[in-house]
Write a protein that binds this ligand. Structure first.
Ligand code: S3P
Length: 476
């Protein structure tokens, strides 16, 4: 493959020890480590949540692709994001850490190199699916592998539009990992209507459009998180978004343009914020302030829902930082009441249903969550995993094909005493540890190692606020 003349051929040499070093975790321990949470006294603290996972993945990807230098502060150093950084390194980006700043010298758009070994994305659907889009339009061979959870997840949703663009796919049964992509000499631009509400699918097609001549169009009937659009515009891509009279978004990207390195300060992850936030609502007497939380409206469905349930969440100092809405949140223990959560809200809180179900377990009356079909294809079948975890801990709930109804106990009586199967899903583990802090009896999760994929500081941050969580299992 010959690279376009615009490709950066000489990148400043970093000392090798500054590259993502091998002591930065790549994949969590193979041995499961159970953990148990017990009823706790009032939580208190003033905390700063690690960087947003979606923005962190994209920062490594777009910085690795853009010409020149990208500097990132606040990056989430979870295993998922580190795996994305390693993949970009394997395709020619130079990545180093200088104090608190990640510094990237990108290859230039159109200039990724064929990786010598399979790219291992561990547990990360976002890293794997977006990178498939990114490399799909390159005339090279790229192999994708991942852990047991990722290897079960459907990739057809991304592979189908890539096939339309001319990419050859050699995948395991059911379009799953391990799989190998072989891009065409020149990819064909497509107009693609995203069939499910998925930011990953939208993003994969747009990223394939970056190295495709002409205009690639994504039609998005239901708006999902818009970090790809906003960040690509920030890096200089010619990308436009038009919303038609039916509220359908038409996103157009012109391929083969120049991307230029940027300075990025990653705001705190609202999906990680959800755990200490719900813990503070449920543990009587708690008062916790959470700083620098991303408040992009495509991500704030949980806060809205909890406020409707009666949660005392004060939004302090709403401001703009790096083109994103951010704010500090003051959260005080609250009595919650069940609500009906409309299906239309699902995209803005898709990762937060497990912890919302925990909040609902302590609310007066019934909470009904609708439009949950996408939960079935997350790190686990989250709808079943949540319902089974609730049942194992004495919570009255009903699992529908795409709904979950939870009937709560405001005093926490009768809740707890069970062990939850996490199925390698970080959000299942963290949600049920939050449950144990307010339940009558302890709650154990069968494994906690995979929490490091998205929130390595979780245990220390929670125990620092007074949460009683320990790495053990309750004796039978
Ligand atoms: C993500 C999109 C969502 C979300 C995931 C991160 C992203 O997945 O669940 O944690 O960064 O684009 P889907 O696009 O599959 O809904």
């Amino acid at each position: 493959m010959t690279a376009p003349a615009s490709c950066v051929r000489r990148v400043p040499a970093f000392p090798p020890h500054l590259f993502i070093a091998n002591d930065v975790p790549m994949s969590h321990s193979a041995l499961p480590k159970p953990a148990t949470a017990r009823r706790s006294k009032a939580l208190s603290g003033d905390i700063r949540i690690p960087g947003d996972k979606s923005i962190s993945h994209r920062s490594f990807m777009f910085g690795g692709l853009a010409s020149g230098e990208t500097r990132i502060t606040g990056l989430l150093e979870g295993e998922d994001v580190i795996n994305t950084g390693r993949a970009m390194q394997a395709m020619g980006a130079k990545i180093a850490k200088d104090g608190d700043v990640w510094v990237i010298q990108g290859t230039g758009n159109g200039c990724l190199l064929q990786p010598e070994a399979p790219l291992d994305f561990g547990n990360a659907g976002t890293g794997a699916r977006l990178t498939m889009g990114l490399v799909g339009a390159y005339a090279m061979r790229t192999t994708f592998i991942g852990d047991a959870s990722l290897s079960k997840r459907p990739m057809g949703r991304v592979l189908n539009p890539l096939r339309e663009m001319g990419v050859q796919v050699d995948a395991s049964e059911g379009d799953r990992l391990p799989l190998t992509l072989r891009g065409p000499k020149v990819a064909a631009p497509i107009i693609y209507r995203v069939p499910m509400a998925s930011a990953q699918v939208k993003s994969a097609v747009l990223l394939a459009g970056l190295n495709t001549p002409g205009i690639t169009t994504v039609i998005e009937p239901v708006m999902t998180r818009d970090h790809t659009e906003k960040m690509l515009q920030g890096f200089g891509a010619n990308l436009s978004v038009e919303t038609d009279k039916d509220n359908v978004r038409h996103i157009r990207i012109e391929g083969r343009g120049k991307l230029t390195g940027q300075t990025i300060d990653v705001p705190g992850d609202p999906s990680s914020t959800a755990f200490p936030l719900v813990a503070a609502l449920l543990v009587p007497g708690s008062d916790v302030t959470i700083r620098n939380v991303l408040m992009n409206p495509t991500r704030t469905g949980l806060i809205l829902t909890l406020q409707e349930m009666g949660a005392n969440i004060e939004i302090l100092e709403p401001r703009l930082a790096g083109g994103e809405d951010v704010a500090d949140l003051r959260v005080r223990a609250s009595e919650l009441t069940g609500v009906n959560v409309p299906a239309a809200r699902a995209p803005s809180m898709i990762d937060e249903y497990p912890v919302l179900a925990v909040a609902a377990s302590f609310a007066r009356g019934e909470t009904v969550m609708n439009g949950l079909e996408e939960l079935r294809v997350k790190e686990s079948d989250r709808l079943s995993a949540v319902a089974n975890g609730l049942k194992a801990n004495g919570v009255d709930c009903t699992e529908g094909t795409e709904t979950l109804s939870v009937r709560g106990r405001p005093d926490g009586k009768g809740i707890g005493g069970g062990t939850v199967e996490t199925h390698l899903d970080h959000r299942i583990a963290m949600s049920f540890l939050v449950m144990g802090l307010a339940a009558e009896r302890p709650v154990t999760v069968d494994d906690s190692t995979m929490i490091a994929t998205s929130f390595p500081e979780f245990m220390a941050m929670m125990t620092g606020m007074g949460a009683e969580i320990s790495e053990d299992s309750v004796p039978a």
